[in-house]
Write a protein of this length. Structure first.
Length: 128
């Protein structure tokens, strides 16, 4: 959190990408009721992300662009989770507000399976 605060306060624009291993909201995983006591959906993990977005001022760019349910980036290798789309959205692009506002399209690439994660891509209309 100290580094996120420092980056946010720097006045520069940033996009941080990666597997954060936390499904932030109920919309971000298929079986949220059954996972409330599991790592990745624990109240303290979710509260940390809420603080990152609401207090520190970072933006969950995917959710800003695509508010639809059942949009996941990770599926267990068990129980045909991929085929049934029983997944979690645990991969993020979080950004400072300026560059987040330039996001135009978001996509989770599911046409081909590379691993238990699917690539999350976001198109930004920004000049570097």
């Amino acid at each position: 959190m100290p580094m996120l605060r420092k980056l946010r306060a720097s006045g520069r624009e940033f996009v941080l990408c990666g597997d954060w291993n936390i499904a932030h909201r109920e919309i971000d995983l298929e079986n949220w009721r059954g996972n409330r006591k599991n790592s990745g959906f624990l109240p303290e993990e979710r509260a940390w992300l809420t603080k990152t977005f609401d207090e520190v001022g970072w933006v969950d760019v995917f959710r800003r662009v695509d508010p639809r349910p059942r949009q996941y980036t990770w599926w267990s290798n068990r129980g045909q989770a991929w085929a049934k789309n029983v997944g979690w959205r645990i991969d993020y692009q979080i950004a400072t507000p300026g560059i987040a506002a330039s996001a135009k399209r978001a996509k989770i690439f599911k046409a081909r399976r590379f691993s238990d994660h699917a690539p999350l891509t976001i198109d930004y209309d920004a000049t570097l």
